[in-house]
Design a protein. Sequence first.
Lengths: 305, 312
Amino acid sequence: MKSPATMSALSAAPVRPTAPANAVLAAHANRMRRDVVRMAHAAGCGHPGGPLGLAEIFSVLYFERMALDPAQAGHPDRDRLVLSNGHCCAILYTALARRGFFPVEELHTFRKFGSHLQGHPHLGALPGIEMSTGSLGNGVSVAAGMALAHKLDGRAARVYAITSDGENQEGQPWEMATSAVHYGLDNLTLVLDWNGIQIDGRTADVMDTGDLAAKWRAFGWHVEEVDGHDLGALRAAFDAAEAETGRPSLIAARTTIGKGVSFMEDTSAFHGKAPNDAEAVLALGELGDPAPERLDHGDRTLWLD
Amino acid sequence: MQKQATREAYGTALERLGHTRSDVVVLDADLSGSTKTAVFAKSFPDRFLNMGVAEANMIGHAAGLALCGKTVFASSFAMFAAGKAWEQIRQSVCVPRLDVKIVASHAGVTVGEDGASHQALEDLACMRVLPNMTVVVPADGPQTEAAVAAIAAYDGPCYLRVSRASTRILEGGPPFELGKARELRHGEDLALIACGVEVAECLDAAEALAGEGIRCTVLDVHTLKPLDEAAVVAVARRCGSVMTVEEHQVIGGLGEAVAAAVARAGGGVPMRLHGMQGTFGQTGPAEVLLAHYRLDAPGIAAEAREFLEGLA
């Protein structure tokens, strides 16, 4: 018999952060972008483009929306997030570190041997990681399974998952699109990172996924189509998703891959490639890093401002 | 002689488990009448979730439910569970080591008339190779009921293979214990090592061979992984020759598991791996197919004679 060991020892359920101003969320987004650039450069490989495009979405989720308590990372009533496009984990790692789940100084170990920050999220490696992901298509079904568990148990916690237009080329998300409506998972919010870019090029050229908002709507989902960098619009979309009853919600977020770094924007060049030294300095400069020329990422002071 | 399909016993055991374990949730992919999860569904409709014809999504849901504290049983035919959803079983169940039990019915040629597309003969290889996975193939109904209870008590991924066809209920033998092989007949000339429906066939073959002066040990290796290497090596040494028998490809199944164990212990024991020799199945009644592939008692006895004659 399984006994959730911590259950009786737990204090109150995690609560959502007190509503921060959009300026605060913008500052978090910018700070996380600088982390992403440093992490990718330190690793010498990885996927910086997608995470840069997800900064506002993660800022809203981790600093405004989700009920979390780093001191009780396993609390059964916490909100959960599954990063189904696991290759974008740099943004998840920085969000978790900045939210207090582990020390920010650890971010520079990303993708290194022995690091907790594996190239794709690994369950148990770090507190706050809710599922191992990386193989596209898998995570969305797991998130739906969590939402279903909450329904069975009568828990109010919400489940979030991030998917991408590239991932929507897989078949599994569409199996989930069907079943989540069948089971009325209104506690599930899926965010579509809709940037039109995949590793091999423009999605329209590689495998055109068409009007994804219309497709999810046709499957019976409540769909909010928003600018994925507009904090106010994102907050309103999450509000609308929470207010929806009887069916799951998709926030179709139009994003720009590489957002915030001019030469990484809207190109597949940095989907799966780290910046070199010159590019990293340039990128950090554009993001307002106080010491963009400092690439000795192991110095903890670089992460503490 | 009492007969029962192991899938029937699975249905009974699962329903029984539902009464004592409120954390048990059962998923199926539109085959609940055949896999017998429908028995659980009838008693516990709120904890039964039909995921439709979508096995990959079903396994993902099983993982999500397990992450929220459920012990999940997910069933389909072996072909679609271990085959179609292999990647989800690897990524979403075995990598994070979640408490998900995949119970797959309709494995092997005893599926019968549905033919090659439905006769999973590679599932044990696919499951054995996965880190963190426990693999169990019970020999009869009572063993299946014990196996269901055992895997439910174990916290981690399991694959339980059950059959469509009715098989004889075996009498005697040690009780089921996960990871412990059961010696059902003692002999010193040849060790017949089998799992699933082949255990009863081996017992019958051993009886026939005894009439010719060939004394066989019959070892029921219901847990393929982790393998009871000590028991396997002990009977191999005692008998000096081993024939494995399985309703599965000889590549990657019970035979190779036993061979590896014997080799690790120093080898030196002649072996014959009997099973599907690199072909797919075909349509026909289960008993006809077993005879065709020499996986019934007379076929096994014939294989054993040829094997021993070759050694002489």
